[in-house]
Design a protein around this ligand. Structure first.
Ligand code: GDP
Ligand code: IMO
Ligand code: MG
Length: 432
């Protein structure tokens, strides 16, 4: 069975966690391939005791599905405290986490990188990115700079000490001389990392080899992206992006799976758009309509609790995501949140200083100047949360979905009509 890649199409929080959970029964492995605990996935599962809500950050959403093997791939950056806390929390709620496998090549978020993330943002002032402050950017920078600490390093105290010394040689200059912070001691960092050795050891494996064998044996592997296309370090709204490859190509490098093994690329896309942190956002609505989307859609960050910026569906972004990721199927989420909006604006193109752009503008300057060209689609008033087939939707909701699909560059395979796992309209099979 080929691998499936699942990514976000916009600026994150599209409902990737729920979509992964939906596919859970049909896959054997779920691999998180990028990012770290900057991600926040809320998954709501029905149970005899009522809906159970899980907030996952570092663990792949597949951990909630019995029988699935969750994998943290080499492209991920790991905060070990967060990893163990998340595992403990899930175990306390009766979830079996014993199958988790962690790549020996994944990088660790050292304590100094959390500090640097926060002080750099403070120093940037009005030019800040609005990061999650989890040390993600500095840890990826260390990886590229070849001074990173990998999971495998903590199994060799001598190597670990050498690597921490090497990193702190540079970091302490920065911390003390530029940012007026106290120098960090090598021994403190080494001791903190070594404290995790015995708990981590049984989880660690050559995950690329494991996944290659699994694919050869006919297993289905789902590569679950954190963040999203517009936050991708290469293809997003740089510099207002995260520091990893969140697009489909990143799935291959971040899991160690060759592109020839990928058969399906699913992009999760919201029926409107949200963004957390700074950066351009052409369809953002700062009026009452945006506030309504925030309240009805519960658009507050799963990780930082920040209110998400809200705006209308942007078909230029959808087409861009379709192209950059090679999307075979979109999963449209949160259609229910639009119920009650009388006329729904949909951005079909941009006006950049008087020139129409149907594609993403080439430069940052032009994207900052992009003004949405809207088409207005009639809304619907009926509650759609109990719709389970396309025909159950009111005619205007059907028309909205069809219009979006025509503009977005790939078919819609499923439509979310509520946060719960079963609140979905399946249009076609996702893992055929
Ligand atoms: P992720 O980061 O892409 O996994 O998304 P988040 O979990 O951060 O944010 C998506 C939020 O929307 C979560 O609270 C989900 O429970 C919720 N959600 C997902 N799909 C739907 C849907 O179709 N309708 C509604 N109302 N909520 C949804
Ligand atoms: P999920 O997986 C939304 C944003 C941050 C900030 C920028 C850089 O839940 O969709 P970072 O801490 O990564 O260096 O911050 O990226 N960001 C997200 N926004 N959803 C996420 O993840 C995000 N992960 C990072 O708000 O603007
Ligand atoms: Mg999220």
């Amino acid at each position: 069975m080929p691998a499936i890649v699942l990514v976000g199409a916009q600026w994150g929080d599209e409902g990737k966690g729920k979509a992964t959970d939906l596919l859970g029964d049909q896959v054997e492995y779920v691999v998180k391939f990028n990012g770290g605990n900057n991600a926040g996935h809320t998954v709501v599962i029905s149970s005899p005791d009522g809906p159970q809500k899980y907030a996952l950050h570092l663990l792949p959403s597949g951990i909630l599905t019995p029988g699935v093997i969750p994998v943290i791939g080499n492209g991920v950056v790991i905060d070990l405290d967060v990893l163990f806390r998340e595992l403990d929390d899930l175990t306390a709620r009766g979830i079996d986490t014993s199958r988790l496998v962690v790549s020996a090549n994944a990088h660790l978020i050292a304590p100094y990188n959390r500090t640097i993330d926060k002080v750099v943002e403070r120093f940037l002032g009005s030019r800040r990115i609005g990061t999650t402050g989890r040390g993600i950017g500095p840890t990826y920078a260390d990886k590229m700079n070849r001074i990173g600490i990998r999971v495998q390093d903590i199994f060799d105290e001598k190597i670990l000490t050498q690597k921490v010394e090497g990193a702190l040689d540079q970091k302490n200059h920065l911390l003390v001389k530029v940012y007026n912070r106290r120098a960090i001691q090598v021994a403190d960092v080494v001791d903190e990392l070594l404290a995790s050795v015995e708990r981590l050891r049984p989880m660690v494996a050559d995950t690329a080899l494991l996944l290659s064998r699994a694919l050869d044996e006919g297993s289905t592997v789902l590569l679950e992206g954190g963040q999203a296309t517009m936050l991708d370090v290469d293809h997003g709204t740089y510099p207002f992006v995260t520091s990893s490859s969140a697009t489909a190509g990143g799935g291959c490098t971040g899991a160690g799976i060759p592109p020839t093994k990928v058969g399906t690329v699913i992009a999760v896309i919201k029926a409107y758009v949200t963004r957390v942190g700074e950066g351009p956002f052409p369809t953002e609505t700062l009026d009452g309509a945006g506030e309504r989307l925030r309240q009805v859609g519960a658009e507050f960050g799963t990780t930082t609790g920040r209110p998400r910026r809200c705006g209308w569906y942007d078909a230029v972004i959808a087409r861009y995501a379709s192209r950059v990721n090679g999307v075979t199927d979109f999963v449209l989420t949160k259609l229910d949140v639009l119920t009650g909006v009388e006329q729904i604006p949909v951005c079909i193109a941009y006006d950049v200083d008087g020139v129409r752009h149907d594609e993403m503008p080439m430069t940052q300057t032009d994207f900052h100047h992009a003004r949405p060209i809207y088409e207005y689609l009639p809304g619907w008033q009926e509650d759609i949360s109990s719709s389970r087939s396309f025909d159950d939707l009111p005619p205007n909701a059907q028309e909205y979905v069809k219009s979006l699909e025509m503009m977005s560059g790939a078919p819609f395979a499923a439509i979310g009509v509520g946060p719960r796992r079963d609140e979905v309209i399946q249009m076609r099979a996702l893992t055929s």
